[in-house]
Design a protein around this ligand. Structure first.
Ligand code: BMA
Length: 327
C-alpha cells in the first residue's frame, strides 16, 4: 500500500465545531487536553480526558484526568477539578482513559507510567468521583478497552502488550484479547490482530475505543502507526515522525479474538484540511478512545488530535460495517 497517499474514508464526517474540547475549556491548569474516553452513563454523555499540564519542550509538570458532561455528545461542560490522578514514588502518572459501562457500573481502563514499566490499569466507579482500582497488569501493557458486556460469563478486554524481544522489529506490537471472572485476574489470552496484518501500518497497532455491539459482531476501532525514514511532522520538539491513523474491524460476537472482517484501508488519516490534526504537541496523531452507537445508527467517534485537543467525527453504522465485511 502507498502509505504516502492514505486518505480518510468518505463515510466519516468531522464535526464542524472541532475540537470538542481543548485547554481553553478547562477551569484549572491545562495544556494538552486529549485522548479521552467517552460513554453514556445514567442518561448523560461522560468524557474522561487526559490533561498534561505545564508542558514546555520535553518537560511536563504533571498529568491528571479531567471529567466533562454533555447532553448531546457535542457540547461539554467540564467539572471544576480533575477526577483521577495516580502519583507515588513508584507511579509517575495515569493517562489515556477509556470508559465502558458494564452491568450499570462505569469501568475505566488507563495506562500507568511506573518506575518499572508501563502498566494497564482498570478501575470502577459508580459516582464518577470515587474510583476503585481493580487491577494493574505487569509491564509493558496499555491501550486496554473493556467490552460493554460479559462474554461467556466473563469480563472481556482488548489490550496491547509490547514485546520488545520476541517480534523481530522494534515496535511490531499487536492487539490481544483476555478475559476475567472479576476484572482482577486476567487470562485466556489470545492474539486478535497482528500489526503485520494491517496494510496501512508499518509499526505498531493498539486497541482504541471500547467495542460496540452490532448484529454482525463487535465493531471496534484501533490505531495504527506508520513511519518513513526522514519524515518529521509538526511538533513542539521538532523531532516527531510517527503518524497515527485509525483502523476499524469487526470481531465475532461469541469468540471476539476472531476477526469477522477488517477494512483494508484506514478509516481516518490526519489531514491538512484539519489543522488541529496536523499541528500541535505531536502533529499527525489521531488517537481514538471513544465510540458511541446511537439508537438511530449514527456512530460518534471521539479522538485525540495531535496529542493536543479532543475531536469528534460521525459515521453511519451500516457504512462502517460495510467497510469491514466487503473490503
Ligand atoms: C502513544 C501514547 C499516546 C499518544 C501517542 C502519540 O505511545 O503515548 O498517549 O497519544 O503515543 O504520541
Amino acid at each position: 500500500m502507498d502509505l504516502a497517499n492514505l486518505k480518510s474514508s468518505s463515510v466519516v464526517k468531522r464535526y464542524p465545531g472541532n475540537p470538542v474540547l481543548s485547554a481553553k475549556d478547562i477551569p484549572y491548569h491545562a495544556t494538552l487536553v486529549f485522548n479521552a474516553g467517552v460513554a453514556k452513563f445514567r442518561d448523560r454523555y461522560v468524557m474522561v480526558f487526559r490533561n498534561d499540564y505545564g508542558v514546555e519542550g520535553k518537560s511536563l509538570q504533571g498529568t491528571n484526568l479531567g471529567i466533562a458532561f454533555s447532553d448531546d455528545g457535542m457540547h461539554w461542560k467540564v467539572s471544576d477539578k480533575p477526577c483521577f490522578t495516580m502519583k507515588t514514588e513508584e507511579i509517575r502518572r495515569a493517562y489515556d482513559p477509556r470508559l465502558t459501562v458494564v452491568e450499570g457500573r462505569c469501568y475505566m481502563c488507563f495506562a500507568v507510567d511506573t518506575q518499572h514499566g508501563i502498566r494497564g490499569g482498570i478501575a470502577v466507579t459508580d459516582d464518577l468521583e470515587h474510583f476503585e482500582i481493580l487491577s494493574l497488569s505487569t509491564p509493558d501493557n496499555r491501550n486496554m478497552v473493556l467490552f460493554p458486556e460479559k462474554i461467556n460469563g466473563n469480563f472481556a478486554r482488548l489490550e496491547r502488550p509490547f514485546p520488545i524481544y520476541g517480534r523481530g522489529a522494534p515496535e511490531a506490537f499487536d492487539i490481544w484479547y483476555s478475559d476475567s471472572p472479576d476484572c482482577k485476574y486476567w487470562g485466556n489470552s489470545n492474539l486478535v490482530l497482528g500489526s503485520e496484518q494491517v496494510p496501512f501500518c508499518n509499526s505498531k497497532i493498539g486497541p482504541a475505543a471500547p467495542p460496540v455491539k452490532t448484529e454482525r459482531g463487535w465493531l471496534t476501532l484501533f490505531h495504527a502507526v506508520d513511519k518513513q525514514p526522514g519524515q518529521v511532522f509538526d511538533s513542539w520538539d521538532g523531532r516527531w515522525g510517527k503518524r497515527y491513523t485509525m483502523g476499524i474491524m469487526l470481531l465475532d460476537l461469541n469468540e471476539p479474538w476472531k476477526i469477522v472482517g477488517m477494512s483494508p484501508e484506514p478509516l481516518m488519516v490526519p489531514e491538512l484540511d484539519y489543522p488541529y490534526e496536523m499541528k500541535g504537541f505531536r502533529g499527525s496523531v489521531l488517537f481514538p478512545g471513544g465510540m458511541i452507537l446511537e439508537d438511530d445508527g449514527e456512530v460518534k467517534i471521539y479522538y485525540g488530535a495531535a496529542d493536543t485537543v479532543e475531536a469528534l467525527a460521525t459515521a453511519r453504522v451500516e457504512d462502517l460495517l460495510a467497510l469491514c465485511v466487503s473490503g
